[in-house]
Design a protein around this ligand. Structure first.
Ligand code: PGA
Length: 250
């Protein structure tokens, strides 16, 4: 029922020519096949070029960030309608680097999710605990709070919403979560979504993210409650990223 979503978060990498080279290769490697959806999240600077290359292809376009106000004196920020204007379909909200490096709190993340949803931009709400929180037995409490506050402004409208479970200690470290732990958390998120959104909760995809690579992707993507992956480091190499997307179909 849920088509897995494999997403490439390029973070602050790739100039426009580098993005172009990567996307041209990805398009060679990813013929449109059913059973998996692929999305790429370049820097703002490469979005227009990415749109040019991806229009009419099976790869969707995402942005790494958004500001929740519609317009105004917010120097350096980018609005939902400006992203929609560029052909962007998805936006990351509450990535751990935004939370921990830039100090974004749950309420602010919730405003982004609400603003995106209101304008048909699909938010990927990222949630996940730190290592200390996990060791103290508080992983679910953290994730539950991030979920509650992240969707607080949505009412019963979950259209387009995607959740990415990304334990902070697994991001960019090369140390992925144990598949059993990722599965336990994804299942808990799934039942929370059912309680919160009713039957619609079953339509919301729950991705795993954190050091997903071609050689471990299958361990996560075969889990029944994991509907795809949010990939950072390995997504910079189109061959590695395509291998992860193909792992869904194996
Ligand atoms: P990683 O990043 O794959 O490099 O761990 C994941 C992410 O930040 O979404």
């Amino acid at each position: 029922m849920r088509v897995p979503l494999i997403a490439a978060n390029w973070k602050m990498h790739k100039t426009i020519p580098e993005a172009r080279t990567c996307l041209v290769r990805l398009l060679e490697l990813l013929p449109p096949e059913g059973g998996v959806e692929v999305a790429v999240f370049p820097s703002f600077t490469a979005l227009a070029e990415a749109r040019r290359l991806l229009t009419g292809t099976a790869i969707a376009l995402g942005a790494q960030n958004v500001y929740p106000e519609p317009t105004g004196a917010y120097t350096g920020e980018v609005s939902v309608s400006q992203l929609v204007d560029l052909g962007v379909h998805y936006v990351l909200c509450g990535h751990s680097e935004r939370r921990h490096v830039f100090g974004e709190d749950d309420a602010f993340v919730g405003r982004k999710v609400q603003a995106a949803t209101a304008h048909e931009l699909a938010p990927i709400l990222c949630v996940g605990e730190t290592l200390d929180e996990r060791r103290a037995g508080g992983a679910w409490a953290v994730v539950e709070r991030q979920l509650e506050r992240g969707v607080a402004g949505l009412g019963d409208n979950s259209r387009g919403l995607v959740i990415a479970y990304e334990p902070v200690w697994a991001i960019g470290t090369g140390v992925a979560a144990q598949p059993a732990d990722a599965h336990a958390m994804a299942s808990q998120i799934r039942s929370w979504l059912r309680d919160r959104f009713g039957a619609k909760g079953d339509e919301i995809r729950v991705q795993y993210g954190g050091s997903v690579k071609p050689d471990n992707a299958r361990e996560f993507l075969r889990l029944p409650d994991v509907d795809g992956a949010l990939v950072g480091g390995a997504s910079l190499d189109p061959d590695a990223f395509a291998a992860i997307a193909h792992a869904v179909l194996r």
